[in-house]
Design a protein around this ligand. Structure first.
Ligand SMILES: [Zn+2]
Length: 177
């Protein structure tokens, strides 16, 4: 019988006895359960359909004892806990950066552009990462396989950071006065 990945649609040939087992897609890393075979004659003729053959079995590991079916699971990259720590670090770091910038702006009338640009980005993406670590993943190299929703959310937060940056540069700390 053949199954296709629920996430990227990649089709695989599996043994019927694999029904009900949890597998991981080789292409996108998505975890899903192989459905039980519906014994229809179409299943047999499907063997002649343009299914990619000569491809090794997709079954890399059967993690039956891991019932984390909260899809979409990011099975690549650091764990959620690590991503939340990174997000928290980004928030604290950006606050320190902006606070330092504000202090020097008040005392010496000096504004640091890197703080004004980096701060809002780190702040917005850090907040997004605290809410959902997958958003932070989607903004980096570990999130390539994530659905478009996460990527667009990350892009929206990045855009919000850019707008905040422009606000700081042109409104809060007007340069060249
Ligand atoms: Zn897939």
């Amino acid at each position: 019988m053949d199954v296709s990945c629920e996430h990227c649609g990649r089709r695989y040939q599996v043994q019927p006895k694999m029904s009900g087992r949890a597998v991981k897609c080789k292409v996108c890393g998505h975890q899903f359960t192989i459905p039980h075979a519906e014994s229809s004659p179409l299943q047999e003729s499907a063997a002649n359909m343009p299914i990619e053959t000569g491809v090794p079995s997709p079954i890399t590991s059967a993690t039956n004892d891991a019932p984390n079916n909260n899809f979409p699971t990011a099975s690549e990259g650091p764990s959620d806990k690590v991503m939340r720590l990174v997000a928290g670090g980004m928030i604290i770091g950006s606050m320190l950066l902006l606070g330092l910038n504000h202090a020097t702006a008040v005392m010496n009338d000096e504004v640091y552009l890197f703080a004004l640009a980096l701060g809002p980005f780190a702040l917005t993406l850090g907040i997004a990462g605290l809410i959902s670590p997958n958003v932070l993943r989607a903004a980096g190299k570990h999130g390539k396989h994530l659905p478009l929703g996460y990527k667009s959310t990350a892009a929206a937060f990045g855009l919000a950071g850019l707008l905040l940056c422009l606000l700081l540069v042109f409104v809060v700390y007007p340069l060249g006065r």
